[in-house]
Write a protein that binds this ligand. Structure first.
Ligand code: HEM
Length: 323
């Protein structure tokens, strides 16, 4: 579901959602209203990932002022997550609370409590054949494929797939919408970046009405690619440490010996702002990815290795079409 080929098949849906957002932006401009871009991107990414997951979009782009997003709720979860990292008892404790008590303690979690219930229902409806939306769409649907796969039955319980749905929706939503908000800010904030990007895009797509935007073609554009890399670098993705264990042997690092199975980790923010690698690291400089092709080694926001982000292709595709 997250390979290049499968994601490319999903292009028409992404294009539709981007067009819907563009029409709304035009409307905001005509009415002279302030557009809160982080809410707008959040609504768009939610609509896209729910369509990919269940063939049923949540249509948050239709909500007035993009009110119906999961922004506040997910921000609350992530700030609690930081605390929970140091006090691991917290999450099992929170999970065991009845919804009414969770809402009393943290009312901003209302939309997440609702979505948690709803995701379980979506999975169960696909299983029971009540949700047959996948038959009406041409793209693959994550949970239909999982339910029909040859995974062992215990891996396909409503509870397990409901948890998986939460992970995919949350992972696919906050990271991408925030990176798009960071990209929009920097591109609009610096006219020279905006003009350079526009020039590259106009040369590649002289008439968008005649030629729909194609991901595979756009990903070859160097400046656009530089913008995507800078957006991901400066939005960080996951900033907590992602520990790794070496079970087979001790590790030698400079003058230290690290025993087997010791969690070793670092935050990617340290790499993203290492001035030796990214001079003037707080600035958005797309050119650095064109001038130095060896920088990819330090593109760490998606993690590296066997537990690297599953959604890299999906996210890159969204950024390229979104920007
Ligand atoms: C800017 C966008 C994104 C960034 C920066 C990002 C970053 C990350 C990072 C740092 C990890 C942990 C890697 C590790 O432990 O080494 C991760 C894991 C993961 N991400 Fe993403 N992510 C993004 C978008 C997405 C999207 C769009 C999806 C799905 C639609 C997704 C799904 C996942 C999943 C399922 C995992 C767990 C993989 C595993 O444990 O094997 N991510 N992501």
């Amino acid at each position: 579901m997250f390979s290049r080929r499968r994601i490319a098949e999903f292009q028409p849906v992404v294009r539709d959602k981007v067009n819907k957002l563009c029409n709304k932006i035009v409307q905001y401009h005509q009415d002279g209203n302030v557009l809160r871009l982080n809410r707008a991107w959040s609504a768009m990414t939610a609509d896209i990932i729910t369509e990919y997951a269940f063939a049923r979009s949540y249509d948050q782009l239709d909500s007035p002022e993009f009110e119906e997003t999961y922004l506040e709720a997910l921000q609350t979860i992530y700030t609690t997550g930081h605390f929970g990292l140091h006090f691991p008892i917290l999450f099992p404790l929170l999970n065991s609370l009845p919804d009414w008590l969770t809402l009393k303690l943290k009312p901003e979690l209302l939309s997440i409590v609702k979505v948690r219930r709803d995701l379980g229902v979506q999975v169960s409806e696909i299983r029971q054949g009540i949700n047959e939306s996948h038959k009406m769409v041409e793209h693959p649907t994550i949970f239909r494929e999982l339910i029909e796969s040859d995974l062992p039955l215990q891996e396909k319980s409503d509870e397990r797939l409901g948890d998986e749905a939460q992970l995919i929706i949350a992972a696919g939503l906050v990271t991408t919408s925030w990176a798009l908000a960071v990209a929009s800010f920097h591109i609009v904030n610096k006219p020279e970046i905006f003009l350079k990007l526009r020039k590259e895009l106009e040369a590649a797509i002289p008439d968008p009405a005649l030629m729909p935007v194609d991901w595979l073609q756009l990903e070859k554009l160097p400046y656009l690619n530089g913008c995507v890399h800078e957006a991901v670098r400066l939005s960080y993705g996951v900033t907590t440490r992602s520990p790794r264990l070496q079970p087979e042997a001790e590790i030698k690092y400079k003058e230290w010996t690290i025993p087997r199975n010791t969690p070793v980790s670092m935050t990617n923010v340290d790499v993203c702002h290492d001035e030796n690698i990214f001079p003037d690291s707080k600035s958005f400089v797309p050119e650095r990815w064109i001038e130095n092709t060896r920088l990819d080694r330090y593109f760490v926001s998606f993690g590296k290795g066997s537990r690297q982000c599953l959604g890299i292709k999906y996210a890159s595709f969204l950024f390229i079409v979104g920007i």
